[in-house]
Design a protein around this ligand. Structure first.
Ligand SMILES: C[S@@+](CC[C@H](N)C(=O)[O-])C[C@H]1O[C@@H](n2cnc3c(N)ncnc32)[C@H](O)[C@@H]1O
Length: 309
């Protein structure tokens, strides 16, 4: 079956059958890896590099919003910062530039292959202030308590099954007065095409449901402020971001590149073969229309501060 792009997140593709898709079990603390990575390996394989390239492209598309996250977090020279769930570290590298050589950016991820990539290819190439570390952040953040000036997170909490625990660990690791900056989707089903498309919306509703059935939450961005307050943070900023792109814009290409194996939506009885065919036809038709638009799922930036006393 032709696999025609889109639907995103790491409900990721498996053209070469190397990625195990949807082997998630609710007892596994983080389902992210059971979805995208069959075996964490230090040595990069072709599909690892493709995934890193895709995340790099995603970073470029969302860079303006991500720099806003770092700006609102007040990241600056000499600070000690952590990026939790850093992936291949595109956000960490922006932080590294901001903190400079006298600062520290601790890039934490549960993926051995992302951490290996950072150690082998990124840190030795001008990023000595970047310290990669493998860690399951739902279990702990292996950094001394009360030592971080800031923690940043982008598109991670939506994938973990215990976001409250992660937020509590973040609270512990931050200095009094330290900043916690989070960027996540909210109201996910607001993803839209224009001219509007009922089948597009149906398919994304199915993606939302599928993610939820694995313990994830594509609307988590709307809940972070409440969770931060519960953990003891003072919420300083809640900034919703809407992003729209025309046919063939970087945003359009981003959705095209972020493929999913749609068959999984069918296997889970969330859509039918006929709906999938209609979806592909609709996307193709919109792609021919130079005046069509894509509205991405809205993103929420939430900034919390650990009180001084
Ligand atoms: C969507 S990617 C985002 C990567 C990066 N933050 C970015 O914006 O490019 C989600 C990342 O979260 C990591 N992750 C998921 N669950 C985790 C956990 N429990 N502990 C540490 N990292 C986790 C995954 O390995 C993956 O690299």
């Amino acid at each position: 079956m032709a696999r025609k792009a889109f639907l995103f997140f790491y409900i990721q593709y498996s053209q070469d059958k190397h990625f195990i898709i949807f082997s998630f079990h609710s007892l596994i603390p983080s389902f992210y890896h059971s979805i995208i990575s069959p075996m964490d390996q230090y040595v990069l394989r072709d599909q690892d590099q493709r995934e890193i390239d895709r995340l790099g492209f995603q970073h470029d598309v969302w860079r303006t919003e991500s720099l806003r996250l770092l700006d609102l977090a007040g990241i600056g020279v000499g600070q000690k910062v952590a990026d939790l769930g850093c992936g291949p570290g595109f956000l960490s590298r922006e932080v590294a530039d901001l903190v400079g050589k006298n600062g520290e950016i601790h890039a934490l991820d549960s993926s051995e292959r992302f951490i290996g990539y950072l150690e082998k290819y990124v840190r030795p190439n001008g990023f000595e202030q970047l310290f990669p570390q493998q860690a399951d952040i739902t279990q702990s953040i292996p950094i001394a308590p009360n030592t971080l000036d800031a923690i940043v997170m982008r598109w991670v909490l939506m994938f973990v099954d215990k976001p409250d625990q992660v937020i509590q660990h973040a609270y512990t690791a931050l200095k009094p007065g330290g900043t916690f900056a989070v960027m996540e989707y909210f109201n996910f089903c607001e993803i839209k095409l224009w001219p509007s498309s009922a089948i597009f919306e149906e398919v994304y509703k199915a993606v939302h449901q599928l993610l939820g059935s694995f313990g994830g939450d594509a609307d988590l961005g709307g809940k972070v402020a409440g969770k931060m307050k519960q953990a003891g943070f003072q919420v300083q900023e809640v900034v919703p971001i809407y992003k729209v792109g025309k046919t063939n814009s970087p945003l359009w290409q981003w959705l095209e590149r972020t493929s999913v194996n749609h068959q999984n939506l069918i296997n889970a009885n969330l859509i039918s073969e006929a709906q999938l065919a209609a979806y592909h036809a609709e996307w193709h038709q919109h792609a021919q229309n130079p005046h069509a638009f894509l509205q991405a799922p809205p993103v929420m930036i939430t900034i919390g501060k650990k009180p001084l006393y």
